[in-house]
Every structure is written in structure tokens, then in C-alpha cells.
Design a protein around this ligand. Sequence first.
Ligand code: PEP
Ligand code: MN
Length: 287
Amino acid sequence: MGGGWIDQFADAPDVLKTRPDQKTVVQAGGVAIGGEAFVTMAGPCSVETERQLMAAAEFVVRAGARVLRGGAFKPRTSPYAFQGLGLEGLKLLAKARAATGLAVVTEVMAAADAPMVAEYADILQIGSRSMENYALLEAAARTGRPILLKRGMVASVADLMRSAQCVISYGNPQVILCERGIRTFETATRNTFDVAAIAVLSAIARLPVIADPSHAAGRRELVPPLARSAVAAGADGLIVEVHPHPDEAWSDGEQSLTFDEFKAMMADLVPWCELRTQRGCSKETVA
Ligand code: PEP
Ligand code: MN
């Protein structure tokens, strides 16, 4: 790592690598993220019904996912949109974990909810809109659960690393960084997928880096090519929206993959993931 990086990201000393091969492996519900294996997290944008969540969980685990995603608390742009099932959604996620063995990642939106979400989830997701909510970062960090920290849609790489440093400073080194697309002048996609950020973060940060091609693309047909580019750029994993009937989804249906599309994407990624493993690098595990 060149000296320039260290100066530029001096606010995030515990995020930066101190040796080129230094890597935190985050352990969540029996899944290692940032280790040798590429990890796919998949599931619906929102937990809607038991039937919907169970169908998604059972399908994605068979297709090779290790972590189930699903929002019980939803940050929606419109106050009239579906806001999530709350506690009922968390209970359904725990039920899906029991049935499939998948670990569970779900968003926490309010500091006061952090202990409750941590009771049900293996990984707490901090959403893009919350990346700089420091009270929330502290409450989530203090639960001791691994944190999936999404890049804010107008946050720089340095801003993301600063927020990760906050979580670590609150005593929780188990942080996963997530590139999910940023706002630019481009309107062909929902956000602009910053694949360079993945390359930069995997070069300089010791934390695992995953990509969310669903929120970057906003359209399901763009998700597989963006996923492939994330693997090629050095991502440790993916978080992808999958729904049994995307056209009937209560949120983000346009960007959710069907079961068949998810299965095809997972097969398509195999040779890319093999190339990634061949590159190899030694890891340091967080106790
Ligand atoms: C989500 O994962 O459904 C979500 C709302 O993501 P983001 O915070 O990246 O918009
Ligand atoms: Mn979504």
C-alpha cells in the first residue's frame, strides 16, 4: 500500500491494512465473510409473508447462497409505501434461518431497535440512508453483531471508511463494507455502480467488501453483469434481491431476480469465483 493512501484515509486507521495480506474474516451465523469462499447473500427486498420468505429462502440456499437477506424495517422514500412488517418480519427471518441453515442479514433503522434486531439477525445492515447516523452506528456496534455497512448514496470511499472506523471504535471490528451504487448525473441506472470503489477498498481496507448490484442497477437484467464485474474487481461477496414473483413484490420488484435468473447468475459466477480463489491471499481472523 503506497504512502498516499495512508494520508488520504488517515481518519480510518483501523480500516486500513497495515500489511498487504491483512484481512478481517467476519464470522456470522456459521458463515465466514472475507475468507477464501465467496459469499452470496440473497432474498427479497422486504419480508412480506411467511410463504414468500420461506419460498425465497429455500430456493436461494439450494442455489448456493449462505445468507438470507430481507428487510423487516424498510427505509422508503414515500411515507405511503410499505414500511415493513417490523417484529413480525424479524420472527419470520428467524424461522427461515431455522428451516434452511442460512444466516440472516436485515436492516436496523433506529438506534432503539438495535437490541431487538440483534436478537433475531446474525448481521445488522446499516442502510445507505443511515451511513452517517452515528447514534445508530453506535447502538448497532454495541450489540456485538457483525455490521453490514452500506455506502451512502452520496458518500465518498473516505466517508464510508470513516463510518466503518466509528463502528470499530465502538468496540466492534466485525464490519463488512458494501458498495451499492452512488448518485451521479446518469439516469439509465438507478444508481451508478462504482466498481472502482470495490477495487480500491479491496486494495487498502482490511475489512471484507461486498457488492449490491440490485440497488446499483435498479433493473433485474443488469444485475448479473454487475455481479460479475464485482467479482472481477475483488469483492468478497454479493447481496442480491430475489423474489418468487418479482412483479408482485411490495418493494424493489423491478430489480429483483426471479428464481431462474438467480440460479443462472450463480452458475455464471462459478468460473469468475474460481479465478478469484486462485489469486489467493492469507487471512487474519477476528476472534
Ligand atoms: C435494501 O437493501 O433493501 C436497501 C434499502 O438498500 P440501500 O440502503 O442500499 O438503499
Ligand atoms: Mn431493496
